[in-house]
Design a protein around this ligand. Structure first.
Ligand SMILES: [Zn+2]
Length: 302
């Protein structure tokens, strides 16, 4: 009996030795354990599902390079005054709870820094809407379903094939002039005839047909076309994997590949695609994360 306890404790000691050896090897392989020298700040409110936020990264010395990762995305970063501003988007379906952000930076002296911070994502508490619609309006026939699948593949390739640095790093504007009324909020969860549908990944603004729709910021037109659900659609890439979407247009006045400046007219409000009346659906995405486009108007980037 005693012998076996002794054997067990010997085994425990050996395991501890192995663990500390392993930790020693790990720290040799990662000489970046000096994270305390890198400050990562997230000003403002708690982070919610569908949020877009600025992270401020500083060190005791000026930083000359930075990379940041969050849930598979390489976050766009902007240098200024020896510090970095990093843009973090949280997909509206990101599970609430802690998620790590990995930051690697290089100082002017050549020193490399690494810091892992936990971002706690809070439930977006998106409203729930129950709708009862005639079955024929909800169920898609085989041909339409095939069209929808094809369009989904086209969009997926747009979201995935972005390249290059951000073109913006200055304030975004709302796509419609003047005061606008929201008819359907971001994140709304729809249950149609008892079946949960995809959440509302944009904001719907009430507007008269023919109202000009403007580019929220500088970018390149990534897509112009007619989609089954979204109707006449324009997608603008602002660089760094940040897209804004403008759906249900009466018509578009831009072409794919065209460069647009902030405020340029992309098209006019309509009711094309699956729409009950004229409105603009405005959406936004950062490297796959679908976030509330209204957050673009609240960025504190320089
Ligand atoms: Zn919408």
């Amino acid at each position: 009996m005693e012998g076996s306890i002794a054997a067990r404790s010997r085994e425990t000691v050996m395991r501890q030795l192995r663990v500390s050896l392993l930790l020693g090897l790990l720290s040799l392989a990662h000489p970046l354990g000096v994270g305390a020298d890198l400050q990562v700040k997230l000003p403002g409110e708690p982070v919610v599902q569908g949020d877009l936020r600025d992270l401020r990264v500083t060190a005791a010395e000026p930083l000359i390079g930075l990379e940041a990762h969050f849930r598979g995305a390489s976050l766009p970063a902007h240098a200024g005054g020896g510090a970095y501003t990093v843009l973090l988007a949280v997909d509206l379906e990101t599970p609430p709870g802690p998620h790590p952000v990995e930051v690697t930076a290089q100082g002017q002296s050549g020193q490399r820094y690494h810091r892992r911070v936990q971002i706690t994502v809070v439930d977006g508490r998106f409203p729930l809407q129950h709708l009862t619609l005639p079955k024929a309006m909800v169920d898609l026939d085989a041909k339409t379903l095939e069209r929808v699948r094809r369009e989904e593949a086209v969009l997926k390739s747009i979201w995935e094939t972005w390249r290059g640095e951000p073109y913006w790093w200055h304030a975004f504007i709302a796509p419609l002039d003047g005061k606008t009324q929201i008819s359907s909020t971001f994140g709304l969860r729809r249950i149609i005839n008892g079946q949960p549908r995809s959440p509302h990944t944009g904001v719907d603004f009430e507007a008269e047909a023919g109202t000009p729709v403007r580019a929220s910021n500088r970018g390149v037109v990534a897509y112009v076309g007619e989609l089954f659900f979204s109707g006449n659609s324009v997608i603008v890439h602002h660089g760094g994997g940040l897209f804004t979407m403008y759906y249900h247009l009466q018509a578009a006045r831009v072409e794919p590949g065209q460069e647009v400046a902030k405020g340029d007219i992309l098209g006019w409000v309509g009711a094309s695609g699956r729409a009950t009346g004229p409105h603009l659906h405005w959406g936004a995405r950062l490297q796959g994360a679908r976030f509330n486009p209204e957050r673009l108007l609240k960025l504190s980037v320089p």
